[in-house]
Design a protein around this ligand. Structure first.
Ligand code: FES
Length: 269
């Protein structure tokens, strides 16, 4: 019968026969009536020392996991399956060797081939376009240098502007030319002899007026105001086989060179 007042009463004062006293460790006194006290008593009776239960190894702390709202959740606060899911690497990440936090798009081999073909096609199209552009250089489509201006009886005395826009010519019918001294037609080029602007015909003032720097020309083409240094030029004008007036811009006549007396610079009618 153990003494309830002595906590060490559960331990016999002498070891049982055959037991090595040195092999029995000192045991911390245990309260009587507990499971530990019963274990100690059994060990004392049998001479078998119970192996102390070792504490489980502490797991390393896991860093908190931030969610989309910025709130952090520790793995410890998650349930078992959730904790395993949080700590496990995604299968795709394991397969590709990518960081699980890497959210950049992953191109497949098929996508890379498509990109390569697209780039090759674009480069080929650009090269083809450049070659085509080389085959068709810039061409300035000028109106023909010669044109038939109709029959003489279709014109009255004075300046006719019907050919100005298309051919750059004023066809003038006069009763007395300053150099030919007779009635007939002459064709005035609509190019200012200052810097090449196109003058306007001012019927009320009986003159051609350049809008660029103010040069003025008589209806004969002779300059009389502004910076233009010389008269407007005349074009070749003859009668064609069918009786129409033929204007030929490929040949010019300049008064300062005495060319307005040339028979082809004036059509006598
Ligand atoms: S270009 Fe005609 S006045 Fe200068």
């Amino acid at each position: 019968m153990a003494d309830d007042r002595n906590p060490d009463a559960a331990i016999p004062s002498a070891p049982p026969t055959g037991a090595n006293p040195a092999a029995i460790p000192r045991v911390k006194p245990t309260p009587p009536g507990t499971a530990e006290a019963a274990t100690v008593a059994a060990a004392a009776a049998t001479g078998v020392v119970p192996t102390p239960r070792s504490a489980p190894a502490a797991k390393p702390p896991v860093a908190p996991i931030p969610d989309l709202a910025g709130k952090t959740t520790s793995v410890a606060s998650l349930g078992g399956a959730a904790a395993r899911a949080a700590t496990a690497k995604p299968a795709a990440a394991v397969a590709t060797g990518r960081d699980p936090d890497d959210t950049s798009p992953l191109l497949t081999r098929r996508a890379w081939i498509g990109l390569a073909w697209g780039a090759f096609s674009a480069a080929s199209a650009a090269a083809l376009a450049a070659t085509g552009r080389f085959m068709f250089p810039n061409v300035l489509n000028e109106p023909p240098q010669q044109f038939k201006a109709g029959f003489p009886n279709e014109y009255g005395i004075g300046v006719d502007e019907r050919w100005k826009d298309k051919y750059g010519i004023w066809l003038v019918r006069t009763v007395d030319d300053i150099d030919q001294h007779t009635a007939g037609f002459y064709a005035v080029m609509t190019v200012c002899t200052h810097l090449g602007c196109t003058p306007n015909y001012l019927s009320a003032e009986n003159k051609f007026k350049c809008p660029c720097h103010g040069s003025g020309f008589r209806l004969t083409g002779v300059n009389f105001e502004g910076p233009a240094p010389r008269p407007l030029e005349r074009a070749r004008v003859v009668l064609s086989d069918d009786g129409q007036i033929l204007v030929d811009k490929s040949r010019h006549f300049q008064r300062e060179l005495g060319q307005w007396i040339d028979p082809e610079s004036f059509l006598k009618v």
